[in-house]
Design a protein around this ligand. Sequence first.
Ligand code: SF4
Length: 493
Amino acid sequence: MLIAKDASYRLLPFRFLRIDSHHSQSILLTAETGEYLFVSEKQLNDLVHKTVDVGSAHYKDLLARHFIFEPNGHDPIPEMVAQYRSRKSFVLDGPALHIFVVTLRCNHTCQYCQVSRAPLSGSGHDLSAEHAALAVDRMFESPSPVLTVEFQGGEPLLAFDRIRQIVDLVEDRNVVEQRSIQYVITTTLHHLNEEILDFAQRHKIQFSTSLDGPAFLHNANRPTPTKDAYERTVEGIDRVRARLGHDAVSALTTITSKSLAYPQAIIDEYVARGFTSISLRPLSPYGFAKTSAKRLDYSMNEFIGFYMEALSYLLKLNVQGTFISEGYASLLLTNILTPFASGYVDLRSPLGAGVGTLVYNYDGDVYPSDESRMLLEMGEVGLKLGSVDQPLKELLESPVIALLLSAGVAEALPGCSDCALVPYCGADPIEHFARQGDPIGHRSFSSFCQKNTALLTHLFGLLRDGENFTQKVLMSWLARRNLSNLPSAGYRD
Ligand code: SF4
């Protein structure tokens, strides 16, 4: 039996993970507060057997990062409480992201479409003026001091009158409410005109578009009758920038199986277009994406291989002097390296859906997230919260929220509760419901877990082993946060 050389300290709760066996500091320790430290096997043994040399720098590190405390010394609890409160501050804010689905109509016929669409001239697929006004009422019932109003579709610019009505209602109401409001339109930019640009300029509206790479790839991924989706989106990007400024438009990339062979070409396209951020998103299990899975889907392993190649190319470009960050890595790095949460809904615990986000569908129904709305189009009605004519309190007390919350705290989920990565990860019960038919899900078969494990451990490896300049690049991705880091806009169509 090991005898403690010095038992003057006590352990605080922590988790650990063996990242690789070859490195001398192969074990990642993470504290409840999100602080971390790499240690050797011997250091881990010394720590738990209370034989760490009290005078050593390592001991001081363990103390400062809240892995241990001295019963007769400084009380760590108030500090830890403050840190925990910062990391989870979103819990008390109420829904901050409000997605208005103003129409389902769209001119594209993308096979992987994440939001099931209706034909351009289809009727009965637009949000009514009455439902829009009720949705604005629901939004202001949220106590959140910061509100993001995101317009989605279909193609939301096809229902620009509804967008205008909603923005006008919000502005009128905000004279009294005095919230901080951000507007985002998620659009292909194909239907942009001077009237829309004027309005966007007046109300500081941002645009979030999809650019899947060079013309051959974008046009193959996003078919339109005129086969010029790329040209029209690029023209739209130029028009927005000319009128509203360079940073008024951000772009997201959906990775299809066709995209997997072109990580560099996709990134080169973004650099050529002057973007300083790119978001590389795997196909979602929702919308039409699931039904066309045979043609377009790929394994998470293939996506991770693609992502690693893309990340290494991005780091190389940055080192050579071209600043371009990757959206998801920036969110994960924010969770690892800052005392704050990234704000991204899928990386929250407790979950972001419903608690942090509400979606007002074109038919007046309310959903906890964009994904649960997409499940509806696939025949799943179970995740609806209610209707826009119900008060927010009632919507948030719906059985769906209770179900999601029961599976929405990662720290209490099987597999996650003892995972060292849990301070930086999320629960995402809707993704598990979509993929596994169960909001809790099984982490061994979870592509969400597979992706986050691979990406987080890779980033931790870079933070530990990366050359000085690699670490500087990763730090610079934290400092320059832009539209891709808005609560939803990072990873939605
Ligand atoms: S989803 Fe996976 S990586 Fe994330 S906390 Fe749970 S077990 Fe860890």
